[in-house]
Ligand binder design. Structure first.
Ligand code: BG6
Length: 479
C-alpha cells in the first residue's frame, strides 16, 4: 500500500432499526411492515421475528461502549419511522424520538459521528393499511412529513444523512422489503412504480438536508454489485452491459444525473414494466442533489447472454433460504437482455453470495470515475455461522479474512484516487438477517440468542472485535 488512510477517515459499523432494536411494540411504537413480514417469516421458515431482534433498544449504552472500545469514529444506523410516528403521520411519539435523542447523545459523548439512514425497509404498518404503503404516491408526502421532522430535530447533531436503503434490492426482493398483497405479486411494473416513489422521496430528503442542516451532507445508501460477463463471448459482454444498465445505472443515474438510464428505461417500456411518471416528477428528482454515494457491497454478480427464443420468461433474483451452499433458488432473467448466473471463478458464502474483494476495488474506481463524488461504505461483511466455544469465545477468522481483503481493496482504490469518507461494515453487533433469521451472523459482537429463543441477548466480543480494534487504532495500517 502506498498512501495512508486520511486522518479524518471514519471507521465504524452499521445496523438498521428493525434488525437490531427490538422493542417493537414498546413505548408507543406501533408495527412497521417488517414486524408483520418477519412474523410471517417465523411461521414459514422458522426465522426469528423482529420483536426482540438484538434488543439494542435496551442495550444501546452497552453497545455504544463497545463501539468506543473498538475505536469507532462513526456509527451508521436507521431511525424507525413507526417509533417516531406510530401512525406514519400525525402526533409524534415523544418516547420514540427520545430514544434517538439518547442514542445520538451517547454516540456524540463518546466521539462517534452518527450516520443516519432515514428509511431501511420499515414503513409504518398503518400506512400499508391506509393506502398500500409504497404502492401509492401518498407515501411520498408522508415520507416528507417524517423526514422533515427527523432532519429538523437532529440538524445540529447529524452531519451525514443517507436516504432510502437499497432501492435496487427493494426492486428485486419487493415482497420481503415491502408488504405486497398476494394478488399484486405478479405485477412486475409495481416494483418500478415503488422505486419511482422512492426516487421522489430520496430527492425530497436531499433537499431537506440541504435546506435544514448547516453543512449537512446527504446521499443514497445503495445496494451495489459490479457485474462481470460470464465469458468473453460478445453476447455475454452485451448481457453484462444490459445488466449494468438495469441493475446499477438505473439507480446511480437518478442520484447523480437526475435521469432514468435510457437503455434500462427502453427495456422496461418495451416490457410494460416502466413506472408511471407524472408532470414535475423528473424536475423534482433532478433537484435532489447527492453529495456522496453510500455503498452496501457484499458480492459481485455475473451475467450471460439470454436469447429471447421463448425458452425462458422474466424472473427476479433468487434467494438461498437453507444456508447450504448451492441451494439458491434461481437467477434474475430477462430474455433478450440478460440472465444472471454463478461466477465459476469465485468462492461463495453458505448463502451463495460470491466473495470478491477485487469487486470492491472495481466498483469504487468505476463509480468514482463516472460520477466524481466521494463514496462511503455503509455495508460490507460476511454472513456466516459462528460457534460460541465452551469458554465463551468466537473464533471468526473467516470474517477477519473477508474484511481484511475488502479493506485492502478499498485502500487500493483510494491509492488510485478514489475519495472515501467512511467504512461501516455490517454489522456492529449480530442482528436479524433480512432473509435468513439470526443464524447468519455478521457482527463484531456476538448476540447470544437463537431464532426461537431471544434469551438475554448477552453480548460477547468475537475475535474480529479485537482485530478491528487494532486496525482502527493503527488507522488502517495494521491490516
Ligand atoms: C443489505 C441490507 O441488503 O444486506 C441489510 O441493507 C441486510 O439490511 C444485509 O441485513 C445482509 O443481508 P441479509 O439478508 O444477509 O440480512
Amino acid at each position: 500500500m502506498k498512501q495512508k488512510f486520511p486522518k479524518d477517515f471514519l471507521w465504524g459499523a452499521a445496523t438498521s432499526a428493525y434488525q437490531v432494536e427490538g422493542a417493537a411494540y414498546e413505548d408507543g411504537k406501533k408495527p412497521s411492515q417488517q414486524d408483520v413480514i418477519n412474523k410471517d417469516n417465523y411461521k414459514i421458515y422458522g426465522f426469528a421475528t423482529a420483536d426482540v431482534a438484538s434488543d439494542q433498544y435496551h442495550h444501546y449504552k452497552e453497545d455504544v461502549a463497545m463501539m468506543k472500545e473498538m475505536g469507532f469514529s462513526c456509527y451508521r444506523f436507521s431511525i424507525a419511522w413507526s417509533r417516531v410516528f406510530p401512525d406514519g403521520v400525525g402526533e409524534v411519539n415523544e418516547k420514540g424520538i427520545q430514544y434517538y435523542r439518547d442514542l445520538i447523545h451517547e454516540l456524540k459523548a463518546n466521539g462517534i459521528e452518527p450516520i443516519v439512514t432515514l428509511y431501511h425497509y420499515d414503513l409504518p404498518w398503518a400506512l400499508v393499511e391506509k393506502y398500500g404503503g409504497w404502492l401509492d404516491r401518498q407515501v411520498v408526502k408522508d415520507f416528507e412529513y417524517f423526514a422533515r421532522y427527523v432532519i429538523n430535530e437532529f440538524k445540529n447533531d447529524v452531519k451525514y444523512w443517507t436516504t432510502i436503503n437499497e432501492q435496487s434490492i427493494i426492486v428485486q426482493y419487493w415482497t420481503e422489503k415491502c408488504y405486497v398483497p398476494e394478488d399484486l405479486r405478479d405485477n412486475g411494473q409495481l416494483r418500478y412504480q415503488i422505486n419511482h416513489h422512492m426516487n421522489l422521496a430520496h430527492a425530497i430528503a436531499c433537499n431537506l438536508v440541504h435546506g435544514l442542516v448547516p453543512g449537512g451532507l446527504v446521499g443514497a445508501p445503495l445496494g451495489y454489485s459490479p457485474i462481470y460477463p460470464l465469458t468473453s463471448k460478445p453476447e455475454d459482454f452485451m448481457a453484462m452491459q444490459n445488466a449494468q444498465a438495469l441493475r446499477n445505472d438505473y439507480y446511480t443515474d437518478i442520484y447523480f444525473k437526475g435521469i432514468y438510464n435510457k437503455a434500462a428505461q427502453h427495456y422496461l417500456e418495451e416490457h410494460g414494466l416502466a413506472p408511471k411518471i407524472e408532470e414535475g416528477d423528473m424536475e423534482l428528482i433532478a433537484s435532489g442533489k447527492s453529495d456522496f454515494l453510500a455503498l452496501n457491497y457484499y458480492a459481485s454478480e455475473c451475467a450471460k447472454g439470454c436469447p429471447d427464443d421463448g425458452s425462458e420468461t422474466i424472473r427476479w433474483s433468487g434467494v438461498n433460504r437453507s444456508g447450504k451452499k448451492g441451494e439458491i433458488d434461481g437467477f434474475e432473467t430477462h430474455p433478450g437482455f440478460y440472465k444472471m448466473c454463478e461466477n465459476p471463478n469465485l468462492d461463495k458464502t453458505d448463502w451463495d453470495w460470491a466473495i470478491d474483494p477485487t469487486g470492491m476495488e472495481y466498483m469504487l474506481r468505476d463509480l468514482y470515475n463516472r460520477y466524481n463524488k466521494p463514496l462511503m461504505i455503509t455495508e460490507n461483511g460476511l454472513g456466516a455461522y459462528d460457534t460460541l466455544t465452551e469458554d465463551g469465545k468466537i473464533h471468526d477468522d473467516y470474517r477477519i479474512d473477508y474484511l481484511k481483503k475488502h479493506i485492502a481493496a478499498m485502500k487500493k482504490a483510494m491509492d488510485y484516487g478514489v475519495e472515501m469518507i467512511a467504512y461501516c461494515p455490517w454489522s456492529s453487533v449480530d442482528l436479524l438477517s433480512t432473509s435468513n433469521g439470526v443464524k447468519k451472523r455478521y457482527g463484531f459482537v456476538y448476540v447470544d440468542r437463537t431464532d426461537d429463543d431471544s434469551k438475554e441477548c448477552k453480548r460477547i466480543r468475537k475475535d474480529s472485535f479485537y482485530w478491528y480494534q487494532k486496525l482502527i487504532r493503527s488507522n488502517g495500517e495494521e491490516l
